[in-house]
Design a protein around this ligand. Structure first.
Ligand code: F6P
Length: 357
């Protein structure tokens, strides 16, 4: 069978491990042939293709990034975009397409599937916010990097009696923030799921200070929202700029610095901010992510040969399963209340006005 592969959206440690697993199992067990489309959907639109054989995937297991490169190109936003993709897939003799991507990339997979293209999806996002799967590969690597950064920040914050705010990725959900925050013992963890009040953050830090802990570490997801005075459930993300990408997302970033300024102003404690940004997405995947990515790759090529098109491989418990792509992109996976309660239960909230805060 001739199978196309592409990687779309933000890159993610483990993409190469998935590509390698797909190609090796496809060649060794199914006698497949592979074509890699470069730079996500852009490569399908502009017909940028390279052959993927055993030579092409040799040595890529531990490599970050993606040998196919990536982009946030959205064919649904281009004139005749979908038709051009279908034409180019046919012109290349592609009988099935394996798409590695998050909800945006997979929304295009779903449209192509509805137009008769045989597509299989692999969930990819360091944010871990794709629903239907317990974990996306790349998430563990991002959490490991963020946790190490929090550990390092801890010692320097303690040495200088400072508050340090660590801003991590997480556009719509706070998985990286809550995992790295719990793992790194952060004193305050702020996530998009739970709009926050700056005065409460300052009060928590002051309470620590009052009981003799003269430093604090705050972890905040880039998409965390400020609760407004009038409607605590509604807040606005702090934006870096207002221009949107082809999937309609603004570029986030800056909330860490803004929060640091407000904490210093309210507490009088010297406060600094560290923005981890793309450091979380770069470099070699952890062993966990290499194994998960490999299992997803094997699962994806098996789905192709079972004829399970329009499906995406997912991890449920410790089992690889599949669900319809349509189901995976229908909603965002948010941090569970159980995990939020774990984080809150470790925070010193004695003396707060109300437990509901
Ligand atoms: O979607 C994953 C993600 O890592 C988000 O957390 C972040 O907002 C975004 O990508 C950054 O994208 P870019 O690399 O295009 O700036």
């Amino acid at each position: 069978m001739k199978i196309g592969i592409l990687t779309g959206g933000g890159d993610c440690p483990g993409l190469n491990a998935v590509i390698r697993a797909v190609v090796r199992k496809g060649i060794f067990h199914y006698n497949d042939e592979f074509a890699g489309f470069l730079e996500g959907w852009r490569g399908v639109m502009d017909n940028m293709v390279r052959k993927l054989d055993l030579e092409a995937v040799a040595g890529i297991l531990p490599r970050g990034g993606t040998i196919l490169r990536t982009s946030r190109t959205n064919p649904l936003k281009k004139e005749h975009g979908l038709e051009i993709c279908i034409q180019n897939l046919k012109a290349n003799g592609i009988e099935a397409l394996i798409v590695l991507g998050g909800d945006d990339t997979q929304s295009v997979s779903q449209k192509l599937f509805e137009h008769g293209i045989k597509v299989v999806g692999v969930p990819k996002t360091i944010d871990n916010d794709l629903s239907g799967t317990d974990f996306c590969f790349g998430f563990d690597t991002a959490v490991t990097i963020a946790t190490e950064a929090i550990d390092r920040v801890h010692t320097t914050a303690e040495a200088h009696n400072r508050v340090i705010v660590v801003e991590v990725m997480g556009r719509d959900s706070g998985w990286i923030a809550i995992y790295s925050g719990i793992a790194g013992g952060a004193d305050v963890i702020l996530i998009p799921e739970r709009p926050f009040d700056v005065d409460e953050v300052a009060a928590t830090i002051k309470r620590r200070h009052d009981r003799g802990r003269f430093f604090s570490v705050v972890v905040i997801a880039e998409g965390a929202k400020l609760a407004s005075e009038t409607d605590p459930q509604r807040g606005a993300s702090i934006l870096k700029e207002s221009a949107k990408d082809e999937f309609g997302h603004v570029r986030l970033g800056g909330i860490g610095n803004a929060l640091a300024h407000e904490i210093e102003h309210r507490t009088g404690f010297e406060t600094r901010a560290v923005v981890l940004g793309h450091i979380q997405r770069g470099g070699s995947p952890t062993a966990f992510d290499r194994v998960l990515a490999t299992r997803y790759g094997v699962g994806a090529i098996d789905l192709v040969h079972k004829g399970a098109f329009g499906e995406m491989v997912v991890l449920r418990g410790n089992h690889i399963r599949s669900i319809p792509i349509a189901e995976a992109i229908a909603k965002t996976s948010f941090v569970s209340q159980e995990l939020i309660d774990v984080a809150l239960s470790l925070q010193d909230r004695r003396g707060e006005r109300s437990e509901a805060a």
